[in-house]
Ligand binder design. Structure first.
Ligand code: AMP
Length: 536
């Protein structure tokens, strides 16, 4: 037998203080760059825990955050779970009614909010039913009636905390809400065990491969699935962290990557598209320390991956996952035998979402419930199970449709090739159903974004009186470029069967983005819903 040693967030946290006390956590704040060490993180986290305990926060209580990526947010990441409370990171981009719903549904007890985000919170504060105290994280220490100041609360508190050892690994450490296609966001709770094992999975050499030698910059917000688990993984390993703070622009991100010698930065494709626009204008920018550009949350267009390969000599490292999986489930690293492949063949692999992270199990089921062959063509819905996959939505009957027979049905449609690499073809809700055939919006988007002069493109279904649905491309051109709808359709006709080619192309100034920076197809669909039916 072995010891019954619980896998808790405390174990992830304590190691950095012991072995890497001087390693830095760099935050870009409104006042400039602020540096802390793991020793300081440890001390301030203990002070925060004392402050929360003094406010009555107990085991199982929800500590909500409404904040950018910075050191105070990181302190909350550890103080709440290590003291036995639950960290609830609220997405700052959600509409007010959803913020109210999730704070009440999660039964948040205290709320830590960035000073510059107060305008989103104060007008709705009277609708929070369970939040007892609002703590403002500010650099200015302004006294505000009815609100508490974070730094004043920490001041004078002891810099060590007797973290309870009896916390069980099955207790909830965190909660995050994922936006639903319709209705309120759905809550996913993470046990200590899930966070611990996900961290181990993400740190392994063949996954994201995080080392103490790394400098990790999560551009992905800390309010979105624990910033893909990177703050936990970086702290566990003792890696230097760079937190880009409020509203970072592509130029801010580039400056941090250069100045702080970032080795691994992670963000959604739209972030990397923005960074590339700056890189293309200024050929002098170089990132000699960078070894991994991690990208996920939406499919990485081949053109983007190639642009990075060409401009800085590094391809994009594609990863896939979701809120329900804490989030990483697949990463796309080439297998050793692929090193000998031609670059174009390697790129085809890199465009895929990758192979399953060790520790998880997957089935891809066709519409009749049969597993699809590993032929790289036949597609079905990805179903997952494993130690960091959710089995429920928090107090939400919609869980019944998603968690079926011990498996989580992702709603993502993919094929799997002979080497085990999956390729997401679409979301079940985004796939375009035309004349009984399925058209992949993702493949059309990727090809459209590969047309020179196109900055961004999203393809959505518009209802059609004859064909049921037809694809419409929504396109943003690069500045100074003129392209016609016919030119875009002609370029796509070279790559796809005629019935795949979008019937219409709409030129937009910008593709609307959702709360997590992904294209918001709901808005686009609403904009094209009468395009063909009105004409009929
Ligand atoms: P979220 O829970 O907000 O992180 O969204 C998860 C969803 O984003 C997944 O179910 C996929 O539909 C999509 N997604 C995440 N990563 C990728 C990727 N690399 N390629 C395509 N879709 C992705």
């Amino acid at each position: 037998m072995t010891m019954r040693y619980p896998l808790t967030v405390r174990a992830l946290f304590e190691r950095a203080r012991l072995y890497f006390p001087d390693r830095e956590i760099v935050s870009r704040m409104s006042t400039g760059i602020v540096r802390h060490t793991y020793a300081q993180l440890s001390a301030r986290t203990a002070q925060l825990a004392h402050a929360l305990a003094a406010l009555g926060v107990k085991r199982g209580d929800r500590v909500a955050t409404f904040a950018w990526n910075h050191y105070r947010h990181l302190e909350a990441y550890f103080a709440a779970p290590c003291m036995g409370a639950v960290l609830h990171t609220i997405n700052i981009r959600l509409p007010a009614e959803h913020i109210i719903y999730i704070a009440n549904h999660a039964k948040d007890k205290v709320l830590l909010v960035d000073e510059d985000l107060l305008p989103a919170i104060l007008p709705i504060a009277d609708q929070f039913k369970t939040i007892e105290r609002i703590i403002v994280m500010s650099d200015s220490r302004t006294e505000r009636p009815g609100l508490l100041d974070y730094e004043s609360l920490l001041e004078g508190k002891p810099t060590t905390y007797a973290w309870p050892e009896e916390i069980d690994e099955w207790e909830t450490a965190g909660i995050c809400f994922t936006s639903a296609t319709t209705g309120n966001p759905k809550g996913v709770t993470y046990t200590h065990r899930a966070i611990y094992l996900h961290t181990m999975g993400a740190c392994m050499a063949d996954t994201v491969g995080i080392s103490e030698r790394d400098t990790i910059m999560p551009i992905v917000p800390m309010f979105h699935v624990n910033a893909w688990g990177l703050p936990f993984a970086a702290t566990f390993m003792g890696a230097k962290q760079v937190l880009p703070g409020p509203r970072p622009t592509p130029a801010d991100l580039i400056q941090l990557m250069v100045d702080e010698k970032v080795t691994c930065a992670a963000g959604v494709p739209t972030v990397w598209m923005g960074v590339m626009m700056v890189l293309e204008k200024d050929p002098t920018i170089q990132f000699p320390a960078l070894r991994k550009i991690a990208c996920g949350g939406a499919a990485v267009p081949e053109a983007l991956s190639l642009a990075y390969q060409k401009r800085i000599g590094l391809p994009i490292f594609h990863a896939y996952g979701m809120t329900e999986a804490a989030p990483v489930t697949h990463v796309c690293a080439l297998k050793a035998e692929m090193d000998a492949w031609a670059p174009a063949e390697q790129q085809k692999v890199r465009n895929k979402q990758g192979i399953l992270v060790p520790g998880l199990e997957m089935k891809i089921l066709d519409k009749d419930g049969h597993e699809v062959p590993w032929d790289g063509k036949t597609f079905g819905e990805i179903c997952l199970r494993g130690p960091w996959i959710a089995d429920d939505y928090f107090g939400d009957p919609r869980a019944q449709e998603t968690f079926v027979g011990g498996w989580y049905r992702t709603g993502d449609i993919a094929n799997i090739d002979a080497n085990g690499y999956i390729q997401i073809v679409d979301r079940t809700k985004d796939v375009i159903k035309s004349g009984g055939e399925w058209i992949s919006s993702v493949e059309l988007e990727n090809a459209t974004m590969g047309i020179p002069g196109v900055a961004e493109a999203a393809v959505v279904a518009a209802p059609h009186p004859v064909w049921d649905e037809r694809p419409v491309a929504c396109v943003v051109l690069k500045p100074g470029v003129t392209l016609t709808a016919e030119q875009i359709q002609a370029a796509l006709r070279e790559k796809f069967p005629a019935y795949w080619v979008p019937d219409a192309v709409q030129f937009l100034a910008e593709i609307p983005k959702g709360a997590t920076g992904k294209f918001d197809k709901k808005i686009l669909r609403a904009g094209v819903k009468d395009l063909f039916t009105a004409k009929a």
